[in-house]
Ligand binder design. Structure first.
Ligand code: G3P
Ligand code: CA
Length: 290
């Protein structure tokens, strides 16, 4: 399959050409379209089905959120509790407040990630909560890259080490994956710095809901990308980010979140962001003429 987009260094391009032969990004001025929580507008968020929907729309990169079950299994889930996106209240009525980390993986497996009103009675109603390992396998099968967000890392001591273990077990710490297919992102700088100490080769992205221009220089000391809230992203922020180099020697990438209208997408393209996450990657590709 030759549809892949390369977003990394020239070394990575060399590797990716030899291993995956991805197509070069058609137009460097066109932002990369990244599926948010897989493709949350097209299938239940943070599921294998959402990852596959992004793939079917020709999307090379997806973002997902990772947390940990009570018995130590890394699973995909955005909210701190299971209420909004699953049928946890119905299946486990006496387990309020339904925090993700209060449930074993065997219990999480009983839940439907397609149970919210949005997906009820759709073909995705029975979608389940995947493990990080299952998602990595699926991304390999689909030949997609990953922005892996460590969600609420303060709730899960040791999640960095757990994540590295799963990545290693699934073959995602080899040079090919590390250079071409993976960014680990988080809102918590200290978590990313911990990861960087363990594996300085892994590229990192720092999420920042305020797009703080004054923090960019400190971000560039440990991160290769910054993920600002799209409404806070300005031309000045993008210019200043691009003037800095991350630890792997390339200009700090700017990947705002979460961009769901054509007006927003065009505005960010005109600001020359490197990419953005969206719940509707199919529509955004079309808007940008990919
Ligand atoms: O790309 C970062 C973005 O996913 C952060 O926002 O709340 O959707 O995890 P959130
Ligand atoms: Ca996220």
């Amino acid at each position: 399959m030759l549809k892949r987009t390369c977003i990394t260094t020239s070394l990575a391009l060399t590797l990716s050409v030899s291993v995956l032969a991805p197509a070069a990004h058609a137009d460097p001025a066109t932002p990369l379209v990244i599926g948010h929580r897989g493709a949350a507008g097209l299938a239940p968020e943070n599921t294998l089905e959402a990852v596959d929907r992004a793939d079917r729309a020709g999307i090379d990169w997806v973002e997902v959120d990772v947390q940990r079950s009570k018995d130590g299994v890394l699973v995909l889930m955005h909210d701190q509790d299971l209420v909004r996106t699953t049928d946890a209240e119905k299946v486990f009525p006496h387990r309020a407040p339904w925090k993700v980390g209060d449930f074993t993986y065997a219990e999480l497996k009983r839940l439907r990630a397609g149970a919210s009103p949005q997906w009820k009675a759709s073909r995705y109603e029975r979608a389940g909560i995947p493990t990080l390992g299952q998602v990595l396998d699926r991304l390999d099968r689909n030949n997609q890259g990953l922005l892996l967000e460590l969600k609420w890392p303060g709730n899960f001591p040791g999640v960095v080490q757990d994540t590295l273990r799963v990545l290693g077990r699934k073959g995602w710490l080899d040079a090919h994956h590390v250079h071409n297919r993976l960014y680990v992102i988080s809102f918590l700088a200290s978590t990313l710095k911990t990861l960087r100490k363990e594996r300085p080769d892994i590229k990192l992205g720092i999420c920042d809901d305020r797009a703080s221009t004054g923090k960019l220089a400190s971000y560039a000391r440990f991160a290769d990308a910054v993920n600002p809230q799209h409404t806070a992203t300005t031309a000045d922020f993008v210019r200043r980010a691009h003037a800095l180099k991350g630890p792997h020697g390339t200009p700090l990438k700017v990947w705002p979140y979460t961009v769901n209208t054509s007006t927003q997408a065009r505005r960010l393209r005109d600001l020359r962001v490197d990419g953005f996450t969206t719940d509707f990657p199919d529509k955004m590709r079309h808007v940008l003429g990919h």
